[in-house]
Design a protein around this ligand. Structure first.
Ligand SMILES: NC(=O)c1ccc[n+]([C@@H]2O[C@H](COP(=O)([O-])OP(=O)(O)OC[C@H]3O[C@@H](n4cnc5c(N)ncnc54)[C@H](OP(=O)(O)O)[C@@H]3O)[C@@H](O)[C@H]2O)c1
Ligand SMILES: Nc1nc(=O)c(N)c(NC[C@H](O)[C@H](O)[C@H](O)COP(=O)(O)O)[nH]1
Length: 226
């Protein structure tokens, strides 16, 4: 599976404010670029933290791109994937509507009745991670998604999931839009949160820069992946 991480941050590296509410860092040009990256993907993945904070829909805005995918025999919208160890995704989340397939990667710790309620609400629940793990086993989860035909995965955040994808050695590309603002806040989410690396840092190859809106997109390939 080819994994592309895409996110927007402030100059000081924040994905949102300290109260973790959704904050628009990208402008219209960058959101159009994000839509293009989504259209190229078989699925778009976020963590349950982003679901609870943003209630995103994660579908294509541009109708032409949806039609182009259909013309190429693909689903109109990429599938949606939520990483959610214990099934905290609300059953009325926008991501569970029938606009696109939605996979929920959960761990064994998710109660049966919660799995049933989320399945009833439209999710395809996949268990990836045995119950002594605190969280979803991303490597196992992505292997299952690969068996389901997902070859190109876009990861849209947030900081906890992005860190775990790097820690598991799953990331091939990283695209970061840096918006010309300072958000600040020691508790505000950043591009890669989690435990953090103290050695064996993932190193990146800067392969592109593009001015968009009032900011810049930095594009990287992860060393040792291609
Ligand atoms: N600017 C941007 O581009 C952008 C993009 C996305 C999000 N955001 C912002 O980022 C914030 C949300 O980010 P976040 O870091 O709090 O949440 P997140 O990364 O979206 O989700 C993290 C949650 O996922 C679950 N999880 C399950 N397995 C995991 C694993 N292996 N590794 C990591 N997480 C796992 C954990 O909850 P359980 O233990 O309950 O499973 C964890 O707390 C919001 O403020 C949102 O607005 C910004
Ligand atoms: N590229 C980007 N720039 C931003 O300024 C921002 N706040 C996000 N945030 C990503 C997060 O995953 C959002 O929840 C989805 O971008 C919402 O997606 P929808 O429009 O509901 O499909 N992403």
């Amino acid at each position: 599976m080819h994994v592309v991480v895409n996110a927007a941050q402030s100059v000081d590296g924040k994905l949102a404010t300290r109260n973790r509410e959704q904050h628009r860092i990208s402008g219209p040009e960058d959101f159009d670029r994000v839509d293009r990256v989504r259209a190229a993907a078989d699925a778009v993945l976020v963590g349950v933290g982003t679901i609870l904070a943003d209630d995103p829909h994660l579908t294509l805005d541009e109708e032409d791109r949806r039609v182009e995918r259909l013309r190429n025999g693909r689903a109109g919208h990429p599938a949606r994937v939520v990483v959610d160890s214990t099934g905290r995704t609300p059953t009325d989340a926008r991501i569970l509507d029938d606009a696109a397939t939605t996979y929920l990667l959960v761990s064994e710790a998710t109660p049966t009745e919660r799995r049933e309620a989320l399945t009833e609400a439209g999710a395809a629940v996949i268990v990836a991670g045995d119950d002594d793990r605190e969280c979803v086993d991303l490597t196992a989860g992505l292997d299952i998604l690969t068996d389901r035909g997902i070859d190109r995965l876009m990861v849209e955040g947030g900081g906890e999931v992005i860190y775990s994808c790097f820690a598991a050695g799953l990331v091939d590309e990283l695209h970061v839009y840096v918006g010309s603002m300072v958000i600040g806040g020691r508790n505000a989410p950043t591009l890669a949160d989690g435990e953090g690396f103290i050695e064996a840092f993932p190193t990146l190859d800067l392969v592109g820069t593009e001015r968009l809106d009032d900011g810049i997109v930095l594009s990287y390939e992860v060393d040792g992946r291609s």
